[in-house]
Design a protein around this ligand. Structure first.
Ligand SMILES: [Fe+2]
Length: 317
């Protein structure tokens, strides 16, 4: 395997603290962690990059309070949105900003992340931000670049490894987007039952919020520019399921549909034994596939490697 060089990672990025915060599920605030925040990003660079953003990023957003809307990424439109008190979020800015892209790749390696890192930038005039309590599916490492932003967050994880973001955008809790695991409000500890820490971030400060920790952020007196390094670990299930799918689709029984039903069967209370048996046979066949995968070292190694797409040997494939 090629050796990966992380010596160009800015010395001020606190790798060990990020790892520890993720593993312990505890937020970590690092006052003045960046000696030169302008070396990471700046407002000048934001404006320089606007024409590229239009072409390349998937989710540029402007938002004010609860409303989120995609925004045309043109200098005039962005200036107008900021002037009228909207916060701008540029998702995946690492796709168009070379140094932030490199920073993400280096972070993945330095942390040994089973997943991927990307980067969002938040440009927030006074009074704006994600000011409602929410949890995110990934780990957020905020680097405060310019201005100040007030954060509120709980001291530990309330929803372990959520598969999507969720929060109190309106009065009630709601999951944002769909995912296969979305517990109801009564199943977890809400922000009301938590001790909430308030922390103002000033330029150079770093805040690490692990996945599943309640948090909110709002620019107050000044316009805030912050870089959010988003680490998205992959659920362990994904690699295994992908491997099962790859093997199963070689078998025509899994590519074919289950037997069709006729009208009478739809209205019968009980399913025919044969229909259930058909499903049981498929499950039996899948168990054989699972055993085969488990016994084969190469297959198991592939499952493990699929969690680290940034590994040089994986990138070549
Ligand atoms: Fe968040």
């Amino acid at each position: 395997m090629k050796k990966m060089d992380i010596t160009s990672l800015p010395q001020t990025i606190p790798i060990e603290k990020i790892k520890k915060a993720i593993l312990n599920g505890k937020p970590e605030y690092i006052s003045g962690g960046l000696s030169k925040p302008g070396d990471i990003f700046s407002l000048d660079e934001f404006w320089k990059i606007v024409p590229d953003i239009k072409l390349n990023t998937k989710f540029p957003l402007a938002f004010q309070g609860l409303e989120q809307a995609p925004l045309a990424f043109e200098t005039a439109a962005i200036r107008k949105a900021i002037h009228s008190g909207k916060s701008i979020c540029v998702s995946r800015i690492d796709q168009v900003h070379k140094q932030l892209g490199q920073l993400c790749r280096l972070l993945e390696v330095a942390i040994g992340l089973p997943g991927l890192a990307n980067c969002h930038v938040y440009y927030s005039p006074p009074g704006t931000g994600y000011s409602f309590f929410h949890v995110d599916a990934g780990v957020a490492v905020t680097l405060q670049i310019e201005g100040e932003k007030k954060w509120r967050y709980s001291q530990g994880v309330s929803i372990p490894w959520p598969l999507s973001a969720g929060g109190y955008r309106k009065d009630n809790f709601e999951w944002l987007g769909r995912s296969p695991w979305q517990p109801e409000e009564k199943e977890f500890s809400t922000p009301k039952n938590q001790v909430i820490i308030e922390q103002k971030l000033a330029p150079g400060d770093i805040l690490i919020i692990p996945s599943g920790v309640w948090h909110s952020a709002c620019a107050e007196q000044s316009t805030s520019l912050s870089v959010n390094l988003r680490l998205t670990p992959f659920p362990a299930l994904e690699g295994i399921l992908n491997s099962i799918t790859e093997e199963c689709v070689k078998n025509v029984h899994f590519r074919a549909p289950v037997p069709f039903v006729n009208l009478e069967e739809i209205h019968e209370d009980k399913l025919k034994i044969e229909q259930l048996e058909y499903c049981r046979t498929l499950i039996d066949e899948m168990q054989i596939v699972l055993e085969k995968i488990k016994e084969d070292d190469t297959s198991v190694e592939r499952i493990w490697r699929s969690n680290f797409p940034w590994m040089p040997d994986n990138e070549q494939k």
